[in-house]
Design a binder for this molecule. Structure first.
Ligand code: NAP
Length: 288
């Protein structure tokens, strides 16, 4: 890609940013679609976030992604926030508008598009979430938003799962989510099979032999196991799921699709499934 006087810049605001895969994904899409855009990481030091957002606007940046630890802190520097991002309480994409940036959350629409890509249909189904961190909370909100039948949350710290359930039930105006301690899964789950979203950090590189639930009988109940971890690409949770006849997916597609949706917002374009698959291949190659 040749850069010239018309090249638009997008970037990633975070601390640290050195590990990011986003430049690879975004610059690949720019190349594939012929968009005159370049994407670079910006390491923003603690205390500099407001300057970074205002500076990005002053420098005419088309948009930015926002990552740890600024996804919630950035809210106060935006001129507008998309309703889903407001409900999730975290923004990962800034889109330039007239007077500043509008914030979106593309992580959860990204997970939803990844699930659609994989043919996983959550409509009307009771979905199990393992974990109750920031990501698990966002997943529960997304499942409500996208028409799942309900959510069962299991977490080591049951109180945190309960907080999420209370909040999501408040949005639903009904009992949509139920919360339990992790150890209670045997009593709670019925004979049917479930879509299970693994949203804890257990099993992440380098702790690859670790898994959130060791009991093999649990995996007999897993129809689809969606691990949000993408490194390693075949986690212990996924291995156990497939060994017991379930379908297993990792978090790579979610990561790619959150980037795809950000690119679409910045460039007012629809990215094809083929280009998204190309991004996934680029990422897998880079992780080897
Ligand atoms: P977080 O807020 O730190 O939450 C971590 C969760 O893991 C909590 O539920 C915690 O339980 C649980 N946990 C950690 N260690 C545990 C252990 N030894 N035993 C049992 N439970 C344990 O993290 P987060 O921001 O929600 O992120 C969770 C994961 O999502 C990340 O690790 C990452 O792999 C994945 N992720 C993927 C993407 C993607 O694009 N694919 C994007 C973001 C994140 P307690 O509440 O009891 O501490």
């Amino acid at each position: 890609m040749r850069y010239d006087g018309h090249t638009r810049t997008c970037g990633l605001i975070g601390n640290p940013v050195e590990h990011t895969m986003s430049p690879l994904i975004q610059n690949f899409m720019a190349e594939q679609t012929g968009k005159n855009m370049v994407y670079v990481p910006f390491h923003v030091q603690q205390g500099m976030l407001e300057h970074a957002v205002k500076g990005a606007f002053a420098l005419n940046l088309l948009g930015c992604n926002v990552t740890v630890p600024y996804k919630s802190d950035v809210l106060e520097y935006l001129v507008d926030i998309d309703p889903l991002a407001k409900r999730i309480g975290a923004v990962n994409t800034l889109v330039r508008v007239e007077n500043g940036y509008k914030g979106y959350n593309t992580d959860m629409p990204g997970l939803y598009r990844a699930m659609c890509h994989d043919g996983v249909d959550i409509t009307g189904k009771e979905v199990v979430i393992l974990g109750a961190g920031g990501v698990a909370r966002a997943v529960a909100v997304m499942l409500l938003d996208k028409g799942a039948g309900g959510v069962i949350l299991f977490n080591r710290t049951a109180e945190k799962a309960q907080q999420i359930a209370d909040e999501v039930n408040g949005y639903a105006g009904a009992e949509f989510a139920r919360a339990y301690a992790l150890a209670e899964y045997e009593q709670v789950l019925t004979e049917k099979k479930y879509i299970v979203i693994q949203a804890t950090s257990v099993g992440m590189h380098p702790d690859v032999e670790n898994v959130i639930i060791r009991d093999e009988a649990f995996y007999d109940k897993v129809e689809v196991g969606y691990d949000l971890i993408f490194n390693p690409s075949n986690t212990k949770f996924m291995q156990l799921t497939t060994a017991h006849g379930g379908k297993a997916y990792n978090g790579a597609k979610m990561l790619v699709y959150q980037g795809v949706i950000a690119f679409e917002l910045w460039n007012d374009i629809r990215i094809s499934r083929e280009t998204a698959e190309g991004c996934i291949r680029q990422m897998e190659e880079a992780m080897k």
